[in-house]
Every structure is written in C-alpha cells, then in structure tokens.
Design a protein around this ligand. Structure first.
Ligand SMILES: Nc1ncnc2c1ncn2[C@@H]1O[C@H](COP(=O)(O)OP(=O)(O)O)[C@@H](O)[C@H]1O
Ligand SMILES: [Mg+2]
Length: 230
C-alpha cells in the first residue's frame, strides 16, 4: 500500500538546511496498522505529510496505492488524496462556526444530496456515538467528541489509508481508548493505518512499530523508551 524508497526531506531555513528525513526506505502492506514512534522533532509529521501528498520529498520515491505521488501536480494530487487518504490530527482542525454534521461534510461534493454523503456522514456520527451532537458546534463538545467528529470527516469518502498524527495527544485516557477502538474498527474492515504517536498504548494496538530517530529509521531492536529506561 505504501512504499518509500530512499526518501529524504530537506527544509531550507534561514539558519541553513535542515535534514528532516534521511534516505528512509519503508514498506507498509495493505491492511497493516503501523505506529510511528520517536522523539519530538525526529521527522514523524514530515513522514506522514509526504505519504499524504501534503509535501514533496527532496529526493526519493513515494508510492501510495500503486501510484508514484512525489511528482504529481497539485490537481491530480488533490484528487488522489480525496479518493484514497483520510487525515486525523492532534488539534482536530474542526471549523468552529459549522455544526458537527457540516464539519464532517466540509470536503464532500457540493451536491451532497445526490452523492449520499449526508446519509453516510449521519451513519458515521451515529456509529461513533454522536447521534445527539449533530447540530452542536465544536466548542460545545468534549475533546474526545471533537476527535470522533474529525475521524468521521476523515472516513466520509471511504479512504483505504488513514494517516493519523498524534490523534490521542489531546485526549484523556478514556477518550483516547475510544478513538483507538475506532482506529481498530477501521483496520478490522480492511483499512491501512499509519499512526504517529507518543502513546505506548496506541503503539500496542499496532501490528508493527516503526521508530524514527533524527530523520532515520531506527532498525535496532531496542525495546520502547520507558520500558528499558535506556
Ligand atoms: N516547514 C518546516 N520548515 C522548516 N523546518 C521544519 C518544517 N517542518 C518541520 N521542520 C523541522 O524538521 C524536523 C522534523 O519535524 P517534524 O517532522 O515535525 O517532527 P516530529 O513530528 O517528529 O516532531 C524538526 O527539526 C522540525 O523543526
Ligand atoms: Mg509531529
């Protein structure tokens, strides 16, 4: 589902070049749930944004769902994202002036009635326990509820791949568990997940944990930080 070959990303900053990713090679199979861990600044979000086509690599190849995306122009790239990928972020990124239902529909085609998007949005919100929140604004919701709305928005177009960047980072333990359950359900239905996380429990749900360190894959078999104390 995802294949990275020698992918590097350099940010050109006022202070000089910053090598955020260095020759990363990684394969993720369809239906796999992979967690990406590593210290702050090691390149996790950069990796996710390259795979999601939100940024271009400086070098290397990125294939997602059989398509090499690193050279796609903006239009086809947006279309590719819209048909294959869902995103969930730590900060939810809901629109404060839209109600829950319209936040989920925000990226749906304009002819919502014809596409059945509204029906699907309502189904997802009911499935995620938000049936009594459809007309609430994000400001009237708990953090856990907001992230479930963001998750419904991410899944509206039935993506094969879900990219989640620290989605439990702002949630209490119980809401985090509820969100991880939803990720598990998506995986159970055949979806592929790439989850960036600091959360050990989130890592435990994954089929595989990939560690990043200073922009490179850490291929040593070290146990997770905090367990060995090293
Ligand atoms: N747009 C950007 N411009 C310049 N430097 C950036 C940019 N985005 C990230 N970086 C830098 O690249 C490195 C990796 O960042 P990031 O991928 O956000 O790491 P993580 O998500 O693991 O915390 C960090 O040193 C960060 O400061
Ligand atoms: Mg990050």
């Amino acid at each position: 589902m995802i294949r990275l070959e020698n992918v590097s990303k350099v940010y050109h900053t006022a202070k000089g070049d910053l090598h955020a990713l260095k020759e990363v090679t990684l394969d993720i199979a369809a239906g796999e749930f992979v967690a990406v861990c590593g210290p702050s600044g090691c390149g996790k979000s950069t990796l996710l944004s390259l795979i999601g086509g939100l940024a271009k690599p400086t070098a290397g190849r990125i294939e997602v769902a059989g398509q090499e995306i690193s050279h796609l122009p903006p239009g086809p790239l947006a279309h590719f994202r819209g048909s294959h990928i869902g995103f969930v972020f730590q900060m939810f990124h809901l629109l404060p002036y839209l109600d829950v239902l319209h936040n989920v529909l925000v990226c749906a085609p304009t002819q919502v009635a014809e596409t059945g998007a509204r029906e699907r949005a309502e189904q997802l919100l009911v499935q995620f326990g938000l049936q009594d929140r459809l007309t609430h604004r994000p400001g009237q919701l708990s953090a856990g509820e907001r992230q479930r709305v963001a998750m419904a928005r991410a899944l509206l177009h039935e993506p094969a791949l879900l990219l989640a960047d620290e989605p439990t980072g702002n949630l209490d333990p119980q809401s985090a568990e509820a969100l991880l359950d939803l990720l598990g359900d998506f995986r159970g239905a055949g979806g592929t997940i790439l989850l960036v996380t600091h959360d050990a429990r989130a890592g435990e749900r994954a089929d595989r944990v990939v560690r990043l360190r200073s922009g490179q894959l850490d291929l040593t078999d070290a146990p997770p930080q905090g367990i060995s104390g090293s």
